[in-house]
Design a protein around this ligand. Structure first.
Ligand SMILES: Cc1cc2nc3c(=O)[nH]c(=O)nc-3n(C[C@H](O)[C@H](O)[C@H](O)COP(=O)(O)OP(=O)(O)OC[C@H]3O[C@@H](n4cnc5c(N)ncnc54)[C@H](O)[C@@H]3O)c2cc1C
Length: 182
């Protein structure tokens, strides 16, 4: 089982955390609940016709933590790559992780460029699995699409990153599919 740090607690970060934790992996989300979602009201999120952004966040945070994710309400101030692993720094100290998902909106771009992740016109470059050019480092949501940001796309990006980590750890392609009745 892998340890993943998720920098950002908006839809992108919480979606990644939910899938990882639900599958038994350690998922630690860093963020102070300052997402843009608190300024939004969603009428365009498929399957959820009408929900306030803050209410969406309340539900999403509960869903991720109920699945076993941990949310640490602090800012990440730096990330270092030590071989294949990452050291994440906050004001409270340092923690090591196998993978990092950057989902912190525009303000997390500096963390990506400090790790030498490639960017195009300020948007962090990712492949179809949300992987950056740095092995083990993913980027999702508003951070990779600053001018075309939607909550549902951020949640999808986070899910892509999580599925890629789950697949790499399992050594085969992984879905997270459930059926009626659990
Ligand atoms: C006024 C307004 C209305 C909107 N209306 C809609 C709408 O109707 N429908 C829709 O789909 N979208 C809407 N949006 C856009 C939507 O809010 C964003 O698409 C969505 O919030 C992006 O999610 P995200 O997870 O990518 O990033 P964000 O929501 O930006 O979350 C990033 C989080 O990471 C945290 N963070 C950043 N850096 C760090 C760090 N170093 N350490 C720890 N935490 C960090 C931030 O504080 C933030 O909480 C609206 C936005 C605004 C501003």
């Amino acid at each position: 089982m892998a340890d993943t740090a998720i920098i950002g607690d908006g839809p992108a970060g919480l979606s990644a955390a939910l899938l990882l934790a639900k599958n038994g992996h350690t998922a630690v989300v860093f963020g102070g609940d300052e997402t843009l979602m608190h300024h939004a009201h969603l009428y365009n999120y498929l399957g959820v016709p009408d929900v306030g952004g803050s209410e969406f966040q309340r539900i999403a945070r509960g869903q991720a933590t109920d699945a076993g994710a941990r949310i640490e309400e602090r800012e990440v101030t730096g990330i270092r790559k030590d071989g294949a692993a990452f050291t994440v720094s906050t004001t409270e100290g340092e923690q090591r992780f196998d993978h990092v998902i950057l989902a912190g909106g525009r303000s997390a771009a500096t963390l990506a460029t400090e790790l030498d992740a490639a960017a195009d016109d300020g948007a962090i470059r990712v492949d179809g699995d949300a992987a950056t050019t740095v092995p083990g480092l993913y980027a999702a949501g508003h951070l990779v699409r600053p001018e075309r940001s939607q909550a549902i796309i951020s949640a999808g990006d986070g899910a892509k990153a999580a599925l890629d980590i789950l697949s790499k750890e399992a050594g085969r392609d992984v879905h997270d599919w459930d059926t009626p009745g659990g």
